[in-house]
Design a protein around this ligand. Sequence first.
Ligand code: SF4
Length: 496
Amino acid sequence: MSTVYISNEEWERQRGFINTIRALLKPEAQFYVYTYGCQLNDNDTEKLKAILLEIGYSEAGEPNDADLILMNTCSVRGNADQRFFGNLGIVKTIKEKNPELIVGVCGCMMKVDEHVERIRRSYHFVDIIFGTSDIHRLPELLYRRLSGVRRVYDVTDDDVIAEGVPIARERRYRALCTIMYGCNNFCSYCIVPYTRGRERSRAKDQVLQEINELVAEGFSEVMLLGQNVNAYGKDLPAENGVGYGFADLLEDVAATGLPRIRFMTSHPKDITAELLDVMAANDNIEMHLHLPLQSGSDRILKEMNRHYTAAHYLEIIEAARRRMPHISFSTDIIVGFPGETEDDFQATLDVVEKVGFDSAYTFQYSPRIGTPAALDENKVPQEIVTERFDRLLALQNQNSLKVNERRVGTAPEVLIEGLADHYEGQLTGRSSDNCLINFTVQDDIFEKLGIEWGDYSALGATLEGAFCRVEITSARMFSVNGKMVELISSPSSLVS
Ligand code: SF4
């Protein structure tokens, strides 16, 4: 199936629905959006919210107050499915109290027939269902519901790229920017290629225009997103016989002057020397690589259809460290893939030990309906999965602490994210190598910024998005502590 570009005319048609609904909307109508899963879904939710704000809704603080509830689902892991159906039960109760409430469900799960059928059969109160390619069609679908169609279940199969859809940025200093959609890899456990379609890259001019706008608006950090960002550009036509890939895009994004650039997710089979060179040559690209390992066993990697070996994975780590000695790594690992033996699991532990990841997202394998691995009956017994999972976690926790202990005494540049959650009188932020840092501030900073002494909430809000230097004084497993020694950049709110 080829990529469908949503034309300006189509988006103008949707704007027509926006204007019509605005006229129908009761005053002070509110929406609430549940979002599950990854940052791509977060970015989709930002688009849904922007459309609803443009229609005239405002955002409700909690679902009970909403006139419209959207649930943006994820089907990558079993627990996201379960959380969704759990929350759908709560939404049912809200709708019983407020029959006028409109309930819409979208996202990856709605591209899986079994889930749509289950809703059709058992959750009659759901008014609207749409898929991952239909976000720009929300105005039209909502209009159909408001004009009396009882159930608007309309999931299209097109692999679309819709430019021009507004985005309500969740944070004022960090922006998400989806550079490509879909995935062609068909890892045997993964549902994404079925729910998000084939790989399709946004045109480089569109991406760079968005980035330049973010720079002009004063954003400090952008996360470039895609299921496999390293495949960016493979589907774009070559210009004068010359292709344009992710390394090229990253270099061009770095040249916009954006203070900090992150990206995810990378696939080991598509990491290139050019990409590592671009990372090493540009200070504003993060000194961090999230590189899903999934398993350290070549046999299991083959079963997973991952197209790399443990040795190749370690070569990438080595090549990155040669260029960037202080680069940090995080990863995803699945424990208990069908047929995983103790030897296979040991091979995973070996790679974890050799790399010394900063952090690892570890998952117990859960079969996804419709994937080849779900048909594999060679299941690993749950007690063995649990036991292996605990061993992996213990090793990774040890490694995380060791990595953080090595940071003590250094003084990295930190992007301030606001008030620290659990540490009174401290701010929080991240260094370029993605380390979470909680830190105290110099006493005179309140006076310098015209904030009442000790008002940390105001300080956190004011400094959100600014850069400072923090001396790291102690290490914990998942974060480090330190003290601010220099405020490097003024917060954008203070820039005249
Ligand atoms: S690369 Fe594999 S795991 Fe990642 S989205 Fe594609 S199919 Fe899923």
